[in-house]
Design a protein around this ligand. Structure first.
Ligand code: GLV
Length: 319
């Protein structure tokens, strides 16, 4: 019997073809996520779901999908899925780790560089026809090389961000719930510290934690006040790790120098206070969005889904 899969997002053509070569595919290729009622209705006869982070796969959705065996998220993060509820129903959840690590780390660095060196402001200045002469004191930013990078969340992406700092002669501090092994610390020249030390000493604080109840608002007003006034905050992890209202105050009142944000508390809504500020660089959640990486993520998600439907172990299950 042919398996039935719902792909709730516009994947790349090759991965849709891969799915179609082995299953009957119901494709929702619209820009907006499926409304919950429609998602539930279309999942009724499906054994597999390939979905995106804007799909909320909660206990209600899972409970209504009696035939569902696998939820394959096309993302490394999976806070949009009630994993415990899925596991209680024997439904496998998979994500797309590894394939996006370097691309995401590259983008965290793009935000870091753009923020410190005011690249977006500079671009706007030139385009607005304001550049009439070379000026010694125009658009002065912060240095990156030889500064201190603080990485919060020292998993795959956090480590890849730290690795890039070696080329900039930076001192690297990190904090996480568990300490990395000594070989990793030595290779990345990274020092394990507690959050208070990291916030106090870092020139750049880059967030790479997963979103959990414990990391929600990890960066709140108190944390922002603990940072140096010359420091920058980078977030390419999940928006709710930062208290966005507190960040607006911190940037407006210059508790910190700037921020680079790829993620927001209530995406796609951005706190209006951020939109008028020069000292923040904003991006629409695109850290893993290189052509090659999005291709790998889509293929991996489809392969995960097909593996479970074929009775094979998934390549990258969420435990
Ligand atoms: C994107 O945010 C991801 O989790 O892959």
């Amino acid at each position: 019997m042919t398996h039935k899969i719902l792909i709730s997002m516009g994947l790349l053509r090759e991965s849709i073809e891969l799915a179609r070569s082995r299953a009957e595919v119901d494709l929702h290729a619209g820009d907006d996520p499926l409304p919950k009622a429609e998602l539930i209705a279309r999942l009724k006869d499906k054994e597999g779901l390939v979905c995106q982070i804007t799909d909320t796969i909660d206990a209600e959705v899972l409970g209504a999908a009696a035939r569902l065996k696998v939820v394959a998220n096309v993302a490394v993060g999976y806070n949009n899925i009630d994993v415990a509820a899925a596991h209680r129903r024997g439904i496998v959840v998979t994500n797309t780790p590894d394939v996006l690590t370097d691309t995401t780390a590259d983008f965290a660095w793009a935000l870091l560089m753009a923020t410190a060196r005011r690249v977006v402001e500079a671009d706007g200045y030139v385009r607005a026809g304001k550049w009439h002469r070379w000026e010694f004191l125009r658009l002065l930013g912060g240095d990156v090389h030889a500064k201190t990078l603080g990485v919060i969340g020292f998993g795959r992406i956090g480590r890849a961000v730290a690795r890039r700092a070696l080329g900039f002669d930076m001192r690297v501090l990190y904090c996480d719930t568990v300490r990395a092994d000594l070989a990793t610390e030595a290779e990345l020249r990274a020092t394990f510290v507690d959050k208070a030390v990291l916030l106090r000493e870092s020139d750049f604080v880059s967030l790479h934690s997963v979103l959990t109840p414990e990391t929600r608002h990890l960066i709140d007003a108190e944390a922002l006040r603990a940072m140096k006034p010359s420091a920058y905050l980078i977030n390419a992890a999940r928006g709710p790790i930062v208290d966005e209202a507190a960040l607006v105050r911190a940037l407006t009142e210059r508790w910190i120098a700037g921020a680079g944000l790829d993620v927001f508390e209530a995406e796609p809504t951005v706190h209006p206070g951020l939109l008028g500020l020069d000292n923040v660089v904003l991006a629409p959640h695109i850290a893993s969005a290189s052509e090659a990486t999005r291709h790998k993520m889509a293929t991996l998600a489809v392969e995960n889904c097909l593996a479970v439907l074929d009775g094979r172990p998934p390549l990258t299950p969420v435990h």
